[in-house]
Each structure stands twice: as structure tokens, then as C-alpha cells.
Write a protein that binds this ligand. Structure first.
Ligand code: GDP
Ligand code: MG
Length: 177
């Protein structure tokens, strides 16, 4: 039984990383508030949002950390990742640079998280069909080669957003709680 003062059994920290502009903040907004904004301002420093989801009979409160992807904030990387049990690693399927930079993000994740930390790779903006540069098999191959599951999303059209976060939280629950 839960305490009357909290409405969850577990509180977990999940960080969202990836290049600037790939849609991290919009994915978090869509998942936690079912919102999307086309003129989203750039994230400064770190922002937080929480959402509680049920896994089996447990209520798990995911505290999502959303950061600016800018190099100049990276001095804070070790503090940002500290205590994280999950990472949502996002790129933009219309932006090859954001795909190439996944290797950099993976090395950062490896350096700053515990080995059991679950990482889910997300290819966002699949609504921009004519502008896609990275195919689904390409994304999936990279993910699987690096031991990650892969989901493609659109924060704009609300495609697979819930699935991506809940897949990650389920993985965390199964493997690390
Ligand atoms: P962040 O820097 O990674 O947090 O990226 P933002 O969430 O701020 O999004 C950057 C830009 O991409 C904004 O103009 C968003 O409106 C847009 N965007 C985010 N997600 C999507 C998506 O799924 N589809 C489309 N077409 N645009 C998106
Ligand atoms: Mg942002």
C-alpha cells in the first residue's frame, strides 16, 4: 500500500538527450501535457516534467530531465546524468547531423551513467515524410548495433510518443528496479 502523501511507488530519473532542435522538449510536452508548440523556445539549462505511469501493479513516477543540446551547457553533463536510470536518446530523421552525433551522445551516456541505465533511441519528426534523410532500417540498425531499442515518433502528430516513454519506463522497471 502506498503512503497517502505520494501517489507513486517509485520515483525514477530519466534524461532526454540529443542535438538541439531534434524535438526533445516537444516530446516531453506531448508525453506529459499532451501539448505541442511550433514556436518552442530553446531550452535554457535544464527543465523538468513528471508523469506517473502504471507498470504491472506499480505506479512509477518518471521525472524527465530536458536539457539544451548546446555544447556550452555540457560542462554540467555529469550533474545532469547523475542518478539517471533511463535515457531517451533523440535524433531528427530529417537531420543527418543529429544522426551522426548519436555516437557522441552515446559516449557521453557511457561516461556518466551507471551500466544498467536503459537507453531508448528515438527518431523524431517522421511526419515530415518528404524531408526524411535517415530511413527506418538505418535508424534501427544503428540502435540495435549499440544495444538499444528503437522507436520512431512525431511529437507534432502524436505518433508513438507514449509508446516510447512507456517502453523505456517498463524496461527500467524490469531491469533495474
Ligand atoms: P529541442 O531543442 O530538442 O528541445 O527541440 P524542440 O522540442 O524545441 O523542437 C525544435 C523544433 O522542431 C520546434 O520548431 C518544434 O516545433 C519542431 N518539432 C519538434 N518535434 C517535431 C515533430 O515531431 N515534427 C515536426 N514537424 N516538428 C517538430
Ligand atoms: Mg529543448
Amino acid at each position: 500500500t502506498r503512503s497517502p502523501f505520494v501517489d507513486y511507488d517509485y520515483l525514477i530519473k530519466v534524461v532526454v538527450v540529443g542535438d538541439s532542435g531534434v524535438g526533445k522538449s516537444q516530446l516531453v510536452a506531448r508525453f506529459t501535457r499532451n501539448e505541442f508548440s511550433t514556436n518552442s523556445r530553446q531550452t535554457i539549462g535544464v527543465e523538468f516534467a513528471t508523469k506517473t505511469i502504471q507498470v504491472d501493479s506499480r505506479m512509477i513516477c518518471a521525472q524527465l530531465w530536458d536539457t539544451a543540446g548546446e555544447e556550452r551547457y555540457r560542462a554540467l553533463a555529469s550533474a545532469y546524468y547523475r542518478g539517471a536510470v533511463g535515457v531517451l536518446l533523440v535524433y531528427d530523421v530529417t537531420n543527418p547531423k543529429s544522426f551522426q552525433n548519436l555516437a557522441h551522445w552515446l559516449s557521453e551516456i557511457k561516461a556518466f551513467t551507471i551500466p544498467t541505465c536503459q537507453v531508448l533511441m528515438v527518431g523524431n519528426k517522421i511526419d515530415l515524410k518528404g524531408m526524411r534523410k535517415i530511413s527506418e532500417p538505418q535508424g534501427k540498425t544503428f540502435a540495435n548495433t549499440n544495444g538499444m531499442d528503437y522507436v520512431e515518433t512525431s511529437a507534432l502528430e502524436c505518433l508513438n510518443v507514449d509508446i516510447s516513454f512507456t517502453t523505456l519506463v517498463r524496461g527500467i522497471y524490469k531491469n533495474t528496479i
